[in-house]
Ligand binder design. Structure first.
Ligand code: RIB
Length: 299
């Protein structure tokens, strides 16, 4: 069983031929809304990968709350710990350029009301051996309390460092598994301009010091991990991306689900990398998360 303690957003998405520079206005080519939020996206990916998933979160009392949860509900996710609170649901304003790259501004709304008590309650509802998945789109004290409680029990935590904040750097040390993209990893260790060799050396040094499993996603170049003293690598699929929003979340959800289902770490990485690639082939975060049958056909 997987518990996700994290954000639920409604994504407001405009596509443009190219992303604007600061201060510039560009013409949009389409507009859509879709369910999103890093927590909800990761929960949906784990559910679509075939795991039982419980979401602990907050939504507002507004018109976005129901559509933001609709795909999670359809996927059979346990939403009994998603609280409606006064005020707006979280929103993300997303621009997607012609090359599939994006810019995102997130307004937390209800996500910002979660606190340490919610973190403790999220873990109290878990069984030993379960996996807790977290990100940084809810307040840091809520994330910290959940991670501290999980650490005091036999609960594995998968911590995605996105969006990377000073609190994320502080909290990463509490996790069993840390998943960062290459930029986040550099911020995490306070070094920049790493090439593949120096990145691996830094990962090895950190792994030797903390014993944590470290996973660094490399976009089209796949993923590299340090797990139980071993260097593991996996490639995704060769694709022409349409929209990369939610690809990292899909990776995290599939990774957690694959570990929950007892796959080896190496097999879990490959399955998650393939899922992340497939998530780039359709617009929107949650609508693009692939089903396990489509992923497993390509692994
Ligand atoms: O990781 C993608 C997500 O980031 C989007 O769904 C958006 O809600 C933002 O939180």
């Amino acid at each position: 069983m997987i518990t996700v303690f994290g954000s639920v957003n409604m994504d407001l998405i405009a596509t443009t031929a190219r992303l604007p520079e600061p201060g510039e206005t560009v013409a949009g080519t389409s507009f859509a809304t879709a369910a999103g939020g890093k927590g909800a996206n990761q929960a949906l990916a784990a559910a679509r990968a075939g795991s039982s998933v419980r979401m602990v979160a907050a939504v507002g009392q507004d018109e976005f709350a129901a559509p933001a949860l609709a795909l999670l509900k359809d996927a059979g996710t346990d939403l009994s710990a998603v609280s409606p609170v006064p005020g707006p649901t979280g929103t993300a304003l997303i621009l997607v350029g012609g090359d599939g790259e994006n810019m995102i501004a997130v307004v937390p709304g209800a996500n910002g009301t979660l606190d340490a008590d919610d973190g403790a309650a999220a873990v109290a509802g878990m069984a030993d051996g379960d996996i807790l998945m977290l990100q940084m789109e809810i307040p840091a004290d809520a994330v910290e309390k959940a991670m501290v409680e999980a650490k005091s029990r036999a609960i594995r935590t998968l911590f995605n460092t996105a969006p990377l904040t000073p609190d994320a750097i502080r909290l990463a040390g509490l996790a069993t598994i840390v998943v960062a993209n290459e930029t986040e990893f550099e911020l995490l260790i306070g070094k920049s301009g790493l090439d593949a060799e120096s990145r691996l050396a830094e990962m090895q040094a950190l792994h030797a010091k903390t014993g944590q499993t470290l996973v660094v996603t490399l976009g089209g170049d796949g993923v590299v991990a340090l797990h139980d003293g071993q260097v593991l690598r996996a490639k995704g699929l060769v694709i022409d991306p349409v929209d990369t929003v939610g690809a990292g979340d899909t990776f995290c959800g599939y990774l957690a689900a694959s570990l929950d289902q007892g796959l080896s770490f190496e097999a879990a990485l490959r399955r998650a990398a393939v899922a992340g690639s497939l998530a780039c082939l359709k617009p929107g975060a949650q609508p693009a998360i692939p089903l396990f049958s489509d992923v497993d056909a390509r692994v």
